[in-house]
Write a protein that binds this ligand. Sequence first.
Ligand code: HEC
Ligand code: HEC
Ligand code: HEC
Length: 434
Amino acid sequence: MKKMLKGLGAALCVALPFIAQAPADAATASATGAADQTLVQRGAYLAQLGDCAACHTAPKGKPFAGGLPMNTPMGRIYVTNITPDARTGIGGYTQADFARALREGIAKDGHNLYPAMPYPSYAKVDDDDVKALYAFFMHGVAPVQQANRESDIKWPLNMRWPLMFWNMAFLEKGAYRDKPGKDVAWNRGAYLVQGLGHCGSCHTPRGVAFQESALDESGSAFLSGALLDGWFASNLTGEHNTGLGRWSDEDLRTFLKTGANRHASAFGAMTSVINNSTQAMSDQDVAAVSTYLKSLPPVGGTGAAAYTYDPQATKVSLDRPANDAGARVYTAYCMHCHGVDGHGFAPMLAPLAGNPNVLAKDASSLINVTLNGTGDLVIDGVPSPFPMPGFAAVLDDQQIADVLSFVRAGWNNGAPAVGAAEVAKLRQSTQAGR
Ligand code: HEC
Ligand code: HEC
Ligand code: HEC
């Protein structure tokens, strides 16, 4: 089949100049063009599902020209140019070269890519989709001449050949295969979540060699929540407090399409996923993703009973905040938006009562969002009208620890307190990253 395509490609390259010269063949030429256009368009959609732009397009940079810095445990690397420029991009890649880079993490010249490129997930992408993606990157993206930047990783850690062994240990080759006994929607959802969507690259905890500790639902840690670069990517299993157990199928679809629902809203690393990827999903694909995620059995959590709303104790503290340091900060800085009742104005303004992010054991996301705020959720081209302001310049570490401890205990949330040292650590790492 590959051989045939290659042969077909070669034949087309030879044939095209003749077609251009022979008006009698014009109908054939435009029919080919139309077919290619459909393929390019499908590739563009798949590139959105794969969120290639989130990494390969730097803020204010040209589409897919690379340059974005990425922090890895070994040091900083820079995302590469994947426009079809022949010299600095992937213009010289054949479809087979492209497939190898995408699914096996090997560049055209044979060097191993760092797994910051989520090829362990893209390994599941099938041949038809690779073909469409290739057509898009060759014919739907403008070539940009922009040289790639060397990583800041120092010798000997910058040697790439050990990645060969990493791949031997952790890369599961072979496209996704439908699981028997599951329906079409479930299998489509599994294909998207495990493959192009690479949801696990953020949401699955990593092992000692920084590998995802499970690549599909056969491993119980799959999508059970993980800390990455200062954000805790939530538990997406059916766990009823910190996971999606209390979310209906519709809640989940609404979140993926609009970045917010009655339980929570997108912030931190999830914002660009919503902006560039999931909001573009067709209704059918978003339903498939939801079907699959809602089928994941509960993992993690604290063993506490399912959350029930109870505002009584919190209302008492907020009526007399003088004796409670956290309540004092909350009344002064948070209450006019998030409310005495902790409901906010969902979905526009996130609730804090019962929000899985607030209940999560790891408080990193809460600290990070309180320090640095949110602001760039863009749905259908319209930026969110009520971003959350950052409080890094207004509140000190102790005040942030106090208010978050208050929020985590409030409205029957029952989550553990936050310490000032944790806040200091994130303040330093997130400010240094700017
Ligand atoms: C999470 C970030 C991330 C996402 C998402 C991502 N990439 Fe990458 N990609 C990288 C990084 C980083 C590199 C360079 C790695 C290195 O230098 O070792 C890379 C390298 C590549 C390369 C090799 C090119 C070269 O010469 O280095 C190709 C091809 C590629 N990506 C295609 C894609 C496509 C297609 C998508 C979407 C389906 C995509 N990438 C999504 C981070 C990402
Ligand atoms: C670049 C990292 C990253 C990727 C990739 C990613 N997420 Fe997330 N996601 C996060 C972070 C961080 C959060 C926590 C902040 C928030 O709630 O928005 C989150 C939150 C969520 C939430 C809200 C959960 C809650 O309890 O509030 C859902 C649902 C979700 N992600 C689904 C997905 C799906 C589906 C995919 C794959 C298509 C995906 N994510 C890919 C980082 C990521
Ligand atoms: C001007 C209104 C406003 C104020 C003041 C405000 N917030 Fe927010 N907050 C928001 C909005 C809007 C969001 C959702 C933003 C998004 O996801 O894009 C949010 C989100 C959050 C979240 C993440 C929950 C989620 O699922 O999105 C936390 C935690 C939070 N706020 C805590 C606080 C704390 C603590 C304070 C006081 C120190 C505070 N907020 C003050 C508007 C506000």
